[in-house]
Design a protein around this ligand. Sequence first.
Ligand code: FES
Length: 346
Amino acid sequence: MSMRKKKFTVTVDDHEFVARPGEILLDAAVAAGVELPHDCRIGHCGTCTVEVTNGITVGGETGQCDRVRACQAYVFSNLEIAVEETPKPSQIAGRITEIQEVAEGVVEVTIAPNRRFEFLPGQYCGLQFRGFPKRNFSPTACMSSASFGYNLKFHIKRVRSGQVTPFLGSRIRTGHPVRIEGPFGVAYHRNGRANRLVLAGSGTGFAPIWAIVSAALSESPGREIVLVCGTREYRSFYMAKALEFAAKHKRVSVIPTLEQLPRVSKLLAEGTPAHHLPDLTEDDMVYAAGSPKMVSHVAEMARVAGADFYADPFEASTSSEGSLQRVGRWIEQVKAAATSLLPNVA
Ligand code: FES
């Protein structure tokens, strides 16, 4: 008689379900009617990340101890897993209430949803302006007050060859209907932590970073925060007001960066945010959003230091491709950049 085990038991919170040996963890959960958060199901978005507190899985590794992507993880024993609670993704209709040019090539778009859109600061959602393809963006906080309102604010870079962003303000105007889908992603603010937050954002990757900073400032104003953000060119440096607001807080250090010379002010550090991160320690919680190269540098620095690191796999509004193509491209760029890292990028 075969000794091979036919089924394993997976325990998540108060639920139990069964999985066949070698079955994908997410597939087994879905088949059993257990709701594990997920989006792409191909290992890219990170929404399905779970912590394996007991047992063995193979595949879906995230680089963080015991955390795996359930859509890529094969079950090889009985398991106990823990899932961080996040708002359940849904679809909501809304309308644009304002489009404001905040710097050359960058607009802030405000959307009034038909009902409250629940998300955790740092998460992203899909926006589909009626008549245009869907794109992913991160809702963020008001730049002058670090507050969130009922309406959603997005920082969007115009991409000259894009199918959506060049039309903001022309074919897509105030009053334009939009469908909001989400929230998704794992790079969100976690409540109740007191360790240092180190955040790096380039370009409109500043949007999720600012959402996290705003949430942290309101939840625990005494928490130490290092915020390193900037753009490639001065003309698209749109986040000055937000950085000024953050810098007024005692425990917040702000390092604005600019990649392209000439520098216009001694207050701006030359280079990308990755070049100006503080020395990291294993107690830090590190977030990065923006260009894949910068994100991969920060990821590597966090890995070397043993710090917790969070990033979602997309660079907001920088191409005319569909979201899955963009995610795939992002992953490829991160892999390529990671292999060419210098030993000490700081
Ligand atoms: S659903 Fe697993 S990574 Fe997207």
